[in-house]
Design a binder for this molecule. Sequence first.
Ligand code: FAD
Ligand code: EPU
Length: 349
Amino acid sequence: MNYFAVIMTIHGNISLQTLNTFGIDVSARWYGRFADAGELEELSGMKPGARMLVLGGGSNILFTGNFDGLVLKNDVKGITQLHEDEEFVYVRAGAGENWHRFVMYCIERNWAGLENLALIPGNVGASPIQNIGAYGVEIDDVFWDLEAWDLADKKLVTFTRGDCEFGYRESVFKKRYPNRFVILNVTYQLRKHPRFHTGYGAIEDELQRMGVQELSIKAIAEAVIRIRSAKLPDPAQIGNAGSFFKNPLVTAEKFQQLRREFAGIVGYENNEGMVKLAAGWLIEHCGPSDAVSWKGYRKGDAGCHEKQALVLVNHGKASGAAIFELSSSILKSVEDKFGVVLEREVNII
Ligand code: FAD
Ligand code: EPU
């Protein structure tokens, strides 16, 4: 018998309002925190048959009602430099580490690759779930492997990059095995000699405005932080979960057809000859029956952000159901006008 075993505590009927960046006022039937695989194993075994949900920073979740199950709050900490070779350094971070702090930690040590992903809210453990991305870089570009606890088979598993099946805002965890694997730590392969990604127009412009003479990963992170702060709402000020929908992919033919009808429509061709439409533009250029545009629209406390139409916001006391309903109206409106079906990016619980 292990006399030093920690007895895990499960709390009943816990408010989740401060644990999701939408600030939705819901509760969890049970709630417990874990700091390593052993604690997770114990905690997840305490309510056999219960529905389980792993929670990181709660910045990509919309709760549409109370959660009738066990919320597992990931508190796995620690950042370790595992090893290095000529080109790379391999850095492992605990899933409960704050993402932006981890990015800045790497930048301070001159480990390159994460600078374009600065200021994304949330924790390390969620970074592979939707293959987070911004300003021309995604986790797929820097991912090495991860360790996860399999809630079904009750064992530790390692996922390499190929196992994760990363796509645009997609992975095997989101698509195929939702809520089955609890990510405990992630290892990133970071460059000792940076390769700068400034192709995204806004970055070049911002670097110029900053008067940067010599490009560095620190300068890129600073530019990204400035751009993001200017246009994305801070969840500490107004509830939101970033882009609510994905940018939809259409064929080049469909894009040409749309462009003939809607001058100014924004789309970017990808490597496979498809065009990624800016969903923000589509949402801005259609609207409800009582307004010309969804952008800045508000019904009760549920709204569409005034500077970025792709972001839905909670002005105060909106319910998750009200935000979801607004998202359904936007979906229908975009489909009716452009014949394009949007897909929600945020995880609906
Ligand atoms: P949570 O919201 O807690 O969880 C998200 C999902 O992952 C849930 O399904 C949860 O069950 C699961 N999950 C979380 N942790 C684990 C784990 N350890 N193991 C298994 N499953 C887990 N995203 C981008 O990609 N690019 C952006 O530029 C971006 N900008 C944003 C800007 C704002 C203002 C906001 C609010 C959000 C933005 N997001 C962006 C979305 C969000 O920040 C990311 O998806 C982030 O990775 C979510 O992390 P989290 O820890 O908050 O995850
Ligand atoms: N646009 C509009 N109106 C709007 C918003 C956008 O017309 O209200 C048009 C503009 O022309 C703009 C273009 O859409 O040039 C693209 O907008 P932006 O650069 O803000 O990027 P986005 O496509 O809206 C995506 C990601 C963001 C990520 C940024 C930067 C998705 C779903 N969203 O947004 O990720 O930070 O690019 O790379 O891919 C997130 O996933 O939560 C998120 C914030």
